[in-house]
Write a protein that binds this ligand. Structure first.
Ligand code: ADP
Ligand code: MG
Length: 257
């Protein structure tokens, strides 16, 4: 067991996720005004993790949230999390949550328009959407999904790196604590383009791997700048109340049971 030393880095303000078991892995939560990647393959639970972070921020801490959805229609997002008892529509009506349909950011681009100066515009367009909503609802937390939709429009690693750097620094300046969803192709990597983790403050890796004929969901904090954190891989479940992490088990010991 490698639990963090809770006496360190206590001077930095924490933003609890209140995802059961997760904050215990990182000294009480994420660091305020930082940007984190939530990486993993399709179906790992990244979107649920992110929405749970926003939902808890609103309902437990009075911190409004923004979800910029790059792949799913807001109507589907609302439907997908209803089984967890999360009424997103209600929070939107109260002005505490904004779901931005950012699919148009991608679909609006014609193939004839592949000039180099389109990339900063796309990042800028994302930023403008977030900024406008943030002025409306005074958001403190944001979920951006996913990095692939942003990165694919940028052509080479240096542009992707600059794009993500702009995004994460702008979010920080806006005072937002942010999660960027990063869908990976397989479990061998923690990012899609290999550069995202250099420009963010931490990486949370979620995986849903086959082990001895069973699928095991596990979560790991790969890095978290300015904070101590667990160095091991912990099992998690997607329960009727959302994600539950088991901080005092690691995947290998739970497998032996
Ligand atoms: N109500 C639910 N109860 C339990 N598991 C669920 C429920 N809804 C979705 N899941 C699980 O969550 C997965 C999808 O989670 P999601 O956060 O959308 O994944 P990702 O964003 O990483 O692709 C599904 O593959 C399914 O296994
Ligand atoms: Mg998703």
């Amino acid at each position: 067991m490698h639990m963090p030393d809770t006496n360190q880095s206590t001077n930095l303000e924490r933003v609890p996720t209140d995802i059961p078991g997760f904050d215990e892995l990182c000294d009480g939560g994420l660091l305020r005004k930082r940007t984190y990647l939530v990486s993993g393959t399709a179906g790992a639970g990244k979107t649920i993790f992110g929405i749970q972070f926003l939902y808890n921020g609103i309902t437990k801490h009075g911190e409004s949230g923004i979800y910029l959805s790059t792949e799913e229609a807001p109507v589907n997002v609302r439907e997908n999390v209803k089984p967890f008892g999360w009424d997103l529509k209600g929070l939107e009506d109260e002005g505490k949550l904004a779901i931005i349909d950012a699919r148009s950011v991608r679909f609006g681009r014609s193939s004839a328009n592949k000039s180099v100066d389109i990339e900063p515009l796309e990042i800028r367009s994302i930023m403008e959407k977030i900024l406008t909503k943030q002025e409306d609802i005074d958001a403190k937390r944001v979920l951006v999904g996913g990095a692939a939709s942003i990165g694919i429009s940028l052509e080479d690693p240096s542009k992707i790196r600059i794009g993500f750097m702009k995004l994460s620094r702008t979010l920080e300046i806006l005072g937002l604590t942010s999660l960027i969803i990063c869908e990976t192709i397989d479990d061998s990597t923690t990012s899609r383009f290999g550069v995202e983790s250099f420009v963010t403050d931490g990486t949370i890796l979620m995986s849903n791997q086959r082990m001895d004929n069973v699928r095991v969901r596990s979560i790991e904090i790969i890095q978290m700048k300015g904070s101590t954190h667990s160095q091991t891989t912990h099992p998690y479940e997607i329960t009727p109340k959302g994600i539950v992490v088991h901080p005092y088990e690691d995947v290998y010991s739970s497998k032996r049971r």
